[in-house]
Design a protein around this ligand. Sequence first.
Ligand SMILES: *Cc1c(COP(=O)(O)O)cnc(C)c1O
Length: 360
Amino acid sequence: MTIQAKITKWIRPQIRAKSAYHVPDPGECIKLDAMENPYQWPESLVQDWLDVLRGVSLNRYPDPDANALKRRLRTAEKVPDGLDILLGNGSDELIQMIALSVADKGRTVLAPAPTFVMYQLIAELVNMNYVGVPLRPEGFDLDLPAMLEAMKTHSPAVVFLAYPNNPTGNLFSENDVRKIIEAADGLVVVDEAYATFNDKTFLDEPGNYDNLLILRTVSKAGLAGLRLGYLVGLPDWLKEINKTRLPYNINVLTQVSVDFAMDHRQLLEEQARQIRRDRATLFGELNKLSGIHPYSSDANFILFQVPGGCAEGLFEELRKRGVLVKNMDSAGGLLRDCLRVTVGTPEENSTFLAALQASF
Ligand SMILES: *Cc1c(COP(=O)(O)O)cnc(C)c1O
């Protein structure tokens, strides 16, 4: 038997049909493609952090439950009493843990479309059906009747709602989200990856609905390299989902580093305020360019539409001029002719705008 024949025999067709999640090499480009915080820590803070790392025992396994870090997050993020926290190696891992907990033949994961691609990717990896319900073309809000209809048809085990949504950047109507939670037979996960960049949250709500979980991450707030996500919900749910977690999933460097970062939250919060101000400036500047239509955003990125058929060309021109954004055009549907740019430093944003103008 050739290796190809063996692969065809043993690797599941769903896996063979996929390509691995692709992250482009930024080379020397300004990286405005992945919603990273553009700011580094001041040197004195780096020194203090290195002092903390020096005290870590690398020969020992980390605290399997990361209890100190959980206590820290609970206070820092004001997690309501009566709710528990489950930690993941990025919120991506928590999405996977949720999916593994409910996966069974014929079960469905449902979300609006377009949305964060990992919901579909992970659902399909664990052999679940995935249903995407198109958002309204105007303003990208939920199409509530269509969502409720699809939920009735498919009775999803989980509904994922990114709040605000990636890649469109908007917050869905709060009332529509509540209607979906109330109508859902299964779990509803409100994914607040961009919580730092707006003032809306469902974090206080899992006590009011027995099927609601809130997903958060420290990635977009400035700690993407540490890989830490957290899921907040009623202890009964988290106790079950925790069984799908690999032991020691949060490494010791992440545990102490996030704890250290929480000592210096004001810095991250000030950076988030700066990014919000710069988002408004960037939006205004994009809006002035003829042929460019930016969509208003409650996150740290802006989706914008370019003249029909120009997305790929503009993406490549920007890259040649040293700016990496994300080309959403190939996803089709509502994202046809759209690019997505992360809000960078004021200098990076100016470079991006100049490169965009020069690319026409
Ligand atoms: C970026 C993003 C995530 C992934 O965050 P990690 O914690 O870095 O894995 C989750 N959900 C949404 C909506 C995102 O945009």
